[in-house]
Design a protein around this ligand. Structure first.
Ligand code: BES
Ligand code: MN
Length: 445
């Protein structure tokens, strides 16, 4: 059976590659209101792909004014389990085109990788599902429900409403989330924990209007310096997040070699790691906090005035085991207690998403481990955590607590998801498709 499936995967791969290329040409940046039409177009393209696979029912759905998602069904044999295949068709902004070596929305192959925004995260997740399905044609070993979301990169805000509205259509025994990745080229993984996310915009105000910095400097604090002090209070001297009350947990005993960390992290020469504990603890099971945006006057054109107000976006990753409600409360309490010099602090929650910890045992996991080991020619998958977030998982587990959730994906350590030159490793991609096809066959018994 494995040899047949392997040959079928190889045969369907060129078609899948073309479908992936067509999808990435659509600029489905969910965070950009001007490209809402592109997100709609990409939902339609995805729906069309499933119609072409003879799915019984294919719908584009929205809830609460959110982005369009695609739900589709195809029945397998009587009595076979139902498997829900998840991916998202929206992408992160491509940012400065000058940082890309080829146009971000024109798929381009170089040295075994296909480069484009979404070529991996997560249009290749859609393509992987499609590839596994094409292997079986109209003789699926299991019943399949597709759920391809359109706003994962925005925090999946309308997801609870979608899950509620389409609860019965989305019920599944096993759910395969192709939105993470593997441990290394040649070494597969199952993702068993993800961090949660709390994003908060803060504004610090120290003056009602700008004044001459020579006349009033030395007595009245400016907002940029005040905000900088507040931001500095968020870490201790070692670089650990200094907010009281956040949860942190132990990580799996996985060695992430220093040379790999140096090569894969993008850290500039001479940069020291921050925080304490094992490196995978710092990446997967401890909280992390970054400033991802800052509003302050530009250096070019800066005048000698005291800046009245400045803003920052805080992006905090929460540890598996914490809740975003607790983390948000602790963060706000910290900020209110540390804002210096009587400055006025205001804040707006951007979004929150829950962390996930998966008990990776049971028949679905056994099937997945066997499938991955075969697809990678005898190399068994490692259980890994990731520092990123897929809030969808916790929402789905709330709605369907009995389902087994398998988190897989196409990413490798050099995928550069969200960055310039995002690229899909094509040889690993074939293994991902093969592993998923083998998994479906095993789940079907
Ligand atoms: N595919 C990522 C999640 C991920 C990141 C998996 C790193 C494996 C490694 C996903 O598309 C993503 O980026 N999610 C956002 C979620 C947020 C907008 C709520 C994230 O983590 O920033
Ligand atoms: Mn993704």
């Amino acid at each position: 059976m494995t040899a047949d499936i392997r040959a079928r995967v190889h045969a369907v791969l060129p078609g899948i590659r073309k479908d992936l290329e067509d999808l990435v040409r659509i600029e489905s940046v969910s965070a950009d209101p001007e490209r809402a039409g592109e997100v709609q177009r990409s939902a339609e393209a995805v729906a069309e792909l499933f119609r072409a696979e003879n799915f019984d029912r294919v719908d584009i759905v929205t809830a609460d004014g959110g982005a369009p998602a695609v739900i589709a069904h195809k029945a397998g044999p009587e009595g076979a389990p139902t498997v829900l295949l998840y991916a998202h068709h929206d992408v992160q902004p491509e940012n400065d085109h000058a940082d890309w070596d080829s146009p971000p929305f024109e798929p381009t192959e170089r040295d075994g990788r296909l480069y484009a925004r979404g070529a991996a995260d997560d249009k290749a997740g859609i393509a992987a599902h499609l590839g596994a399905l094409r292997v079986f044609g109209d003789d699926l070993p299991v019943s399949v429900t597709m759920f391809i979301e359109g706003e994962e990169e925005m925090g999946s805000e309308s997801l609870p409403a979608l899950l509620k509205e389409h609860h019965d259509r989305l019920r599944a025994d096993v759910i395969v989330i192709a939105d993470s990745g593997n441990w290394d080229i040649g070494v597969p993984a199952l993702t068993t924990s993800l961090r949660g996310l709390v994003r908060l915009d803060i504004e610090v105000r120290t003056l009602t209007h700008a004044v001459h910095s020579g006349m009033w400097g030395g007595l009245v604090p400016d907002a940029v310096m005040t905000l900088a002090r507040l931001i500095a209070s968020l870490h201790d001297d070692e670089g650990n997040v200094a907010i009281e009350g956040l949860h942190a947990g132990p990580a799996a005993d996985v060695d992430y070699p220093e040379e790999r960390l140096r090569a894969e992290s993008g850290a500039a020469p001479g940069i020291e790691w921050i925080g304490s504990g094992s490196t995978v603890e710092r990446l997967w099971t401890k909280p992390a906090l970054s400033i991802t945006g800052l509003d302050a006057p530009k250096v070019a054109g800066a005048s000698n005035t005291l800046v009245p107000a400045a803003r920052a976006r805080i992006s905090m990753r929460t540890a598996p085991g914490d809740t975003s409600a607790n983390a948000l409360e602790c963060l706000v309490r910290h900020l209110e207690a540390h804002v210096p010099w009587g400055a006025t602090l205001t804040h707006t929650v951007v979004d929150t998403g829950e962390a996930t910890q998966i008990e990776a045992t049971g028949p679905a996991y056994d099937a997945a481990r066997a499938a991955f080991t075969e697809a990678w020619d005898g190399t068994a998958p490692v259980d890994m955590g990731v520092g990123g977030s897929i809030p969808f998982i916790a929402e789905f587990l709330d709605a369907f607590p009995e389902a087994s959730v398998l988190v897989t994906g196409v990413e490798d350590p050099d995928t550069r998801a969200h960055g310039a030159n995002e690229g899909l490793h094509l040889a690993e991609f074939e293994k991902v498709v093969l592993a998923e096809a083998l998994l479906l066959a095993k789940l079907g018994g």
